[in-house]
Design a protein around this ligand. Sequence first.
Ligand SMILES: C[S@@+](CC[C@H](N)C(=O)[O-])C[C@H]1O[C@@H](n2cnc3c(N)ncnc32)[C@H](O)[C@@H]1O
Length: 218
Amino acid sequence: MTLMRDPKMSPEGKATETVRKRYNRIAPLYDCMEGLVERSRYSKWRDLLWSKAEGTRILEVGVGTGKNFPYYPADADITAIDFSEEMLERARRKANKQKIKVLLQQMDVQKLDFPNSSFDSIVGSFVFCSVPDPVRGLKEIERVCKAGGRVVLIEHVLSANRVLGWLMNLANPLSVWTAGANINRRTVDNVRKSGLEVEHVTDLAFGIFKLIEATKKA
Ligand SMILES: C[S@@+](CC[C@H](N)C(=O)[O-])C[C@H]1O[C@@H](n2cnc3c(N)ncnc32)[C@H](O)[C@@H]1O
């Protein structure tokens, strides 16, 4: 990735570098950090997420350590990207161990290195809470998605409940510092801002965890 370690880096580049380094630090702990909630809730949600992907050319963004691998549809041609080399390294080991057929690439979702209209479906889980410029990342997804293709995301978003929303805003700096995730993003609005058409939003839990299904206008 040419964006990294450039002394003349833009403020956006510096913000991206900060988040990338944070995920490199978190990587060794990532799988145990979420172990309990992974088994009790996330595994069901991941199953649902991947059941919504269509077509054979699929992109997973922010693959992390590869927690979605067991849910990949059989016979799909899947490319998965992440900008953290430490997260990717763990995904690579997991893919080898679990014999998962996936092309793993280090890439920033805000600047995807794919031609326009490359994928039938684009999938991500818990990614746009940490992408420094989420609308820019979502616009890139819109660009590389085929017309009529699907974008399916699981994200945690700012609660519409005023008290809970206030608490989430208050706790956000601590969440960013410890886990690299903003807990107060309006990701459904951000998906709309990217030009994608939001078709369904399913509340998975507490009005905070959402399954977002969108399409690229044909
Ligand atoms: C909370 S983790 C989620 C990982 C995985 N999707 C999962 O469900 O466990 C967020 C992931 O997004 C990646 N990420 C954040 N910003 C990114 C960016 N701009 N480009 C590529 N990957 C990014 C991080 O490196 C991290 O692996």
